[in-house]
Design a protein around this ligand. Structure first.
Ligand SMILES: NC(=O)c1ccc[n+]([C@@H]2O[C@H](COP(=O)([O-])OP(=O)(O)OC[C@H]3O[C@@H](n4cnc5c(N)ncnc54)[C@H](OP(=O)(O)O)[C@@H]3O)[C@@H](O)[C@H]2O)c1
Length: 324
């Protein structure tokens, strides 16, 4: 196939390009060239999708399939208008952040209610409007496409550093501050598994809307499997929501966070999505241990992003926990 990735120069887009090149497809990545390089073997075309005619460099090109990772409705609308009529298969990488209800466990892509989309005049998403903007992106694509709502993406080259925190922290051993309870849910997908499935969808012309995420673990299982994978012996100290919030420890991601923690009951359904439709459509995932091990190996071979508590912040929080 002649495959165009709109993006393709970082994390998921790069993983798709890498997988597609390795399986013999003819791959073009179109981006500004700001964030990173295209994968080895892929062709790079410089475009700026914020310009009204930014896709002009692709006007004379022919593609069998397009994968778009954009989060900005304006960029997605222009791509659909300019390229989609000439392309046999179209994939939009969307997100589980499109869902309106994070409380109800076990929801499915085909029935779960969505947020309202951003207004038609909104071109770009922000951190606050990300989910609503992705709904607008999905609506711009129409029905004849593969819409892949990714959950938390993990693995080598993750620029967010949030999953990465755990294999790195667990490998250090000792007493580890962990959030919530061992029964809380954690759900993610290895970037390489998601990339492989997106390419399978393009190869088989799969259409429809699916969640792109692996099985739901309990946080106890998640930590135990990651710890075993990185050869760590550690003990876990479980801190509850009231303690974490009163010590200004943030949720989910970023500095001073315990990554992948979302407070309950507000997010009781977030990491419990029903992935049976995706599995029936060909999604297969590797063991969590492999993701944890490969992510740690990557952090040791490169300057990797790791976000979460620093060692000093964790030590201070543990002292406060024991002193309370
Ligand atoms: N990470 C997660 O855990 C997670 C979870 C759920 C869903 N998702 C979704 O998964 C996808 C992740 O995609 P990704 O990892 O490939 O990262 P990304 O951050 O979406 O990548 C953006 C790509 O678009 C290019 N780009 C940005 N602005 C551009 C512009 N004005 N013109 C042309 N190209 C532009 C970037 O290259 P240049 O900067 O060089 O232009 C880069 O290649 C996204 O759709 C995201 O919403 C992610």
């Amino acid at each position: 196939m002649r495959l165009l990735i709109l993006g393709g120069t970082q994390f998921l887009g790069r993983a798709i390009a890498t997988h597609a090149c390795a399986t013999g497809h003819d791959v073009t990545c179109a981006a500004r060239g700001v964030t990173g390089a295209a994968a080895d073997g892929a062709r790079f075309i410089r475009v700026d999708r914020d310009d009204a005619d930014g896709l002009a460099p692709l006007a004379r090109e022919a593609f069998d399939a397009v994968v778009d990772v954009s989060r900005h409705p304006g960029q997605v609308r222009r791509a659909v208008k300019t390229l989609k009529p000439r392309v046999a298969h179209w994939t939009l990488v969307s997100t589980v952040s499109v869902y309106a209800d994070n409380r109800t466990p076990g929801q499915r892509a085909d029935t779960a209610p969505l947020r309202a989309p951003t207004a038609p005049e909104i071109e770009r998403s922000t951190e606050e409007t990300y989910g609503a903007a992705k709904v607008a992106c999905e609506q711009a694509i129409g029905a004849n496409a593969f819409i892949c709502r990714a959950g938390l993406i993990a693995g080598p080259e993750d620029p967010t550093g949030r999953f990465t925190y755990w294999p790195v922290r667990l490998a250090r051993g000792g007493e580890v501050l962990v959030p919530g309870t061992p029964d809380d849910a954690v759900q993610l997908i290895d970037v390489r598994d998601l990339a492989r499935w997106i390419m399978l969808a393009a190869e088989t012309r799969l259409t429809g809307t699916f969640d792109g995420i692996g099985p739901s673990f309990t946080r106890g299982q998640f930590l135990a499997q990651c710890a075993a994978a990185v050869g760590s012996s550690c003990t876990f100290t479980w801190a509850d929501r009231a303690f974490l919030e009163s010590h200004d420890i943030k949720r989910w991601s970023g500095p001073r966070s315990l990554p992948l923690w979302l407070p309950l009951p507000d997010f009781a359904g977030f990491s419990t999505r029903d992935t049976s439709p995706a599995r029936a459509a060909g999604l297969t995932v590797r063991p969590l241990a492999e993701t944890a091990r490969d992510t740690l190996v990557w952090t040791r071979a490169t300057v990797a992003a790791v976000t979460g508590l620093t060692a000093d912040e964790e030590r201070a929080a543990l002292e406060a926990w024991h002193a309370r």
